[in-house]
Design a protein around this ligand. Structure first.
Ligand SMILES: NC(=O)c1ccc[n+]([C@@H]2O[C@H](COP(=O)([O-])OP(=O)(O)OC[C@H]3O[C@@H](n4cnc5c(N)ncnc54)[C@H](OP(=O)(O)O)[C@@H]3O)[C@@H](O)[C@H]2O)c1
Length: 252
């Protein structure tokens, strides 16, 4: 009788142990999947804020940048880490890299953007500084952080307005700066792809934000949710390409 009881106790203990081991293993596996760190520029409003909301809801770490961190109330509410960054300011970029030294970044979304219909040299120069040189300098500054990732991804937010096959419209500064950011993508791809990076240009589609206007066909929640799935699916075959928010390839 005593032997039978101790046998069933041993069986129960073994089963408990197996459950515990499999529970711990699956928790570790989920933890691994959850622990991506995403850096999003211009994350205080519009599509940038939506990336922060959705990545946080998915359990990821988000570093969201804002020109005025004190005013980035909604971004802070997502649980994202908020860092000051004007992408046209070299000192801000240097401080960002310094503050993040040694920290892994898995996905960099160069999202901050500027649109003006103003045709002055000043406005066109600012378009280049934000939309083209911003992604270039931020990517360069954070390359050491991205190199700490197993699968680093750089997403340069572009626009269909920058396609060479388009060329219409009165948003000259915006269009030419987005065409040029596509070359930034090609250039970074050629330098970083051999190090395992995936670098793409992404057009998020016309969205209902301050930039896209209320009449835009897409809601940020919908397009960003598709973009996040697309980013998760990216592999080396996508690198150096120009992609729409739904994962279809675009002509340059
Ligand atoms: N919405 C669309 O329909 C659409 C379509 C195609 C492509 N895109 C692209 O998608 C991205 C996000 O667009 P969105 O619609 O979310 O625009 P948005 O609502 O106008 O937001 C723009 C974001 O960029 C930031 N930003 C502007 N200048 C900056 C600078 N010098 N340094 C750092 N951040 C700066 C803004 O910060 P502040 O709040 O400080 O100004 C804001 O966070 C942009 O690259 C845009 O070109 C948008």
């Amino acid at each position: 009788m005593k032997t039978k009881t101790s046998h069933s106790l041993a069986v129960t203990l073994r089963l408990l142990l197996i459950c515990l081991v499999s529970l711990t293993t699956s928790t570790f596996a989920e933890d691994k999947a959850e622990k991506l760190t995403i850096l999003v520029t211009g994350a205080n409003r519009g599509l940038g804020l939506e990336y922060a909301k959705q990545y946080r809801a998915g359990g990821h770490q988000v570093i969201g940048t804002a020109r005025k961190p004190d005013e980035a109330v909604e971004l802070k509410a997502t649980g994202a880490e908020v860092v000051k960054l004007d992408v046209t300011d070299d000192e801000d970029i240097a401080n960002l890299a310094k503050g993040l030294k040694g920290r892994r970044i898995d996905v960099l979304i160069n999202n901050a953007g500027y649109l003006s219909r103003d045709q002055t040299r000043e406005a066109l120069t600012l378009s280049f500084s934000v939309n083209t040189l911003g992604p270039l300098f931020v990517s360069r500054a954070l390359t050491p952080n991205l190199q700490l990732s197993d699968a680093p991804k750089v997403i340069n937010v572009s626009s269909r307005a920058g396609r060479l096959t388009d060329g219409t419209g009165n948003m000259t500064g915006y269009a030419i700066s987005k065409t040029a950011v596509n070359m930034v993508t090609r250039n970074l791809h050629s330098q970083l792809n051999e190090k395992g990076f995936v670098v793409i240009s992404l057009a998020p589609g016309r969205n209902q934000t301050a930039m896209g206007g209320k009449g835009a066909p897409l809601k940020p929640e919908e397009s960003v949710s598709q973009i996040i799935k697309f980013i998760a699916s990216l592999d080396q075959t996508h690198s150096g390409g120009f992609w729409y928010y739904d994962g279809t390839e675009l002509e340059w």
